[in-house]
Design a protein around this ligand. Structure first.
Ligand code: ATP
Ligand code: MG
Length: 388
């Protein structure tokens, strides 16, 4: 089976476009690498994939997860010759044709040297189908079936089916971001949304062993694996958070612990990002969802870092976020009932509008540099592959 793959061309000029195309080709090759007899190539602003017919369903499912693909079609390749096109169109359309079916032929002529105009090709092929397949009618406005013909440089392509891809940009064209990944529903979705914009991800998870279990860590591995299916191999950093949390519980006012915890997370993340050459931090925050996600909280928390903190879910409802999490298949993993370090010491009345001055006063009681150094010095690094 041969597939023609289309991608968006917005903002794609010069060198950028070549980079975009090569990255997309490499990403398609990556997701199909274990399909025997698979070939992937690019030509004239399109990608092509050729696979044995037996794996076509699997291949279609995987292509629907490659960011940057707008749509793709199983196609028939035909020499640039009207008689050959007519014959192939008949053979192809005979598979779907039935008496009473309305259809139209739609031709695009990228190759302007082809001697006939698009209209003329459509008319000739349409007439040929009408002559040979009983009971068809042409309906140019609301046809039940469309036969598309693309006249390209070296050959023509025919297809009747268009499968939507996920859109977005190919992962790898937009720089690296460090995702703060909890075991919850939101942060994996935030990671997915940034992958969709072409960002390469590394993930950082804070673990509070022995208060949080190995199973909680395993959950994060599984979430990362789902992200890797879309984004390729992901480096996951697991940072020990127990000491910081213990210190906060001992020395800070209870109502500020969430704010202080988040500030510590961002400080660790910023330093790790510098080491890993990540240009932004990414979180799963959504405005107003919990106490630490009010404008006032976000304001006070973000002050500790000079890196941009990207929050792709900021304007989304839980419902919308959950829909994406089901689609990316992280939902069943996220709802596994293991404790996260943040739910662990959740105060009964967290500050909803923390004030900078109070937060700074509380932090004066802590030895922040040494807490940070300890945490950063004990980060475990894991590589999560995208094997299926
Ligand atoms: P999530 O569903 O992603 O857990 P949430 O709605 O539970 O988010 P919070 O618990 O307030 O919200 O966390 C806000 C953000 O802080 C998370 O989306 C995530 O980016 C980050 N975060 C929270 N806990 C952790 C953790 N243990 N390790 C790394 N990042 C975390
Ligand atoms: Mg959470």
């Amino acid at each position: 089976m041969l597939y023609l793959i289309r991608y968006g061309e917005i903002g794609l000029k010069g060198k950028n476009r070549r980079f975009f195309e090569n990255t997309l080709t490499a990403n398609i090759q990556r997701v199909l690498r274990d399909i025997p007899g698979c070939r992937v190539w690019q030509a004239h602003t399109r990608n092509y994939v050729e696979v044995p017919d037996t794996s076509s369903r699997e291949v279609e499912e995987r292509l629907q997860k490659v960011f940057g693909i707008v749509s793709f079609s199983p196609v028939v390749k035909v020499p640039l010759d009207l008689e050959a096109i007519k014959a192939a169109a008949l053979q192809e359309f005979a598979k779907t044709a039935r008496p009473g079916l309305t259809f139209k032929v739609n031709t695009k002529r990228a190759n302007k040297r082809f001697p006939l105009l698009s209209q003329e090709i459509s008319a000739a092929v349409g007439a040929h189908l009408l002559r040979n397949l009983p009971g068809l009618t042409v309906d140019v406005h609301t046809p039940q079936e469309v036969l598309d013909i693309e006249i390209r440089e070296e050959e023509a392509y025919l297809y009747t089916k268009k499968i939507l891809g996920p859109g977005g940009l190919p992962v790898g064209v937009a720089g690296k971001g460090l995702l703060l990944l909890s075991g919850g529903i939101d942060s994996p979705v935030a990671g997915w949304m940034m992958l969709k914009r072409g960002v390469t991800l590394e993930a950082l998870h804070f673990h509070s062993y022995p208060f949080t279990s190995e199973r909680a860590k395993e959950k994060v591995f599984d979430l990362c694996h789902r992200l890797a299916v879309y984004g390729g191999r992901i480096i996951l950093h697991v940072a020990p958070f127990t000491e910081i949390q213990t210190e906060l519980r001992l020395k800070a006012p209870e109502r500020l612990t969430v704010t202080l915890m988040r500030r510590m997370m961002l400080r660790v993340a910023e330093q790790l990002a510098a080491r890993r050459k990540a240009l932004a931090l990414i979180t799963g925050e959504s405005l107003g969802q919990v106490a630490s996600q009010t404008m006032e909280s976000i304001n006070v928390i973000e002050r500790v870092t000079s890196l941009p903190v990207l929050r792709p879910l900021i304007g989304m409802d839980k419902q919308e976020i959950t829909e994406i999490s089901r689609r990316m298949e992280t939902y069943p993993i996220s709802i596994r009932p293991y404790e996260d370090c943040c739910t662990l010491f959740l105060p009964a009345y967290p500050a909803i509008r923390p004030r900078s001055a109070d937060v700074e006063a509380a932090e004066a009681a802590l030895d922040i540099p040494s807490l940070l150094a300890d945490c950063l010095g004990n980060i475990e690094r894991h590589e999560i592959g995208d094997d299926r």
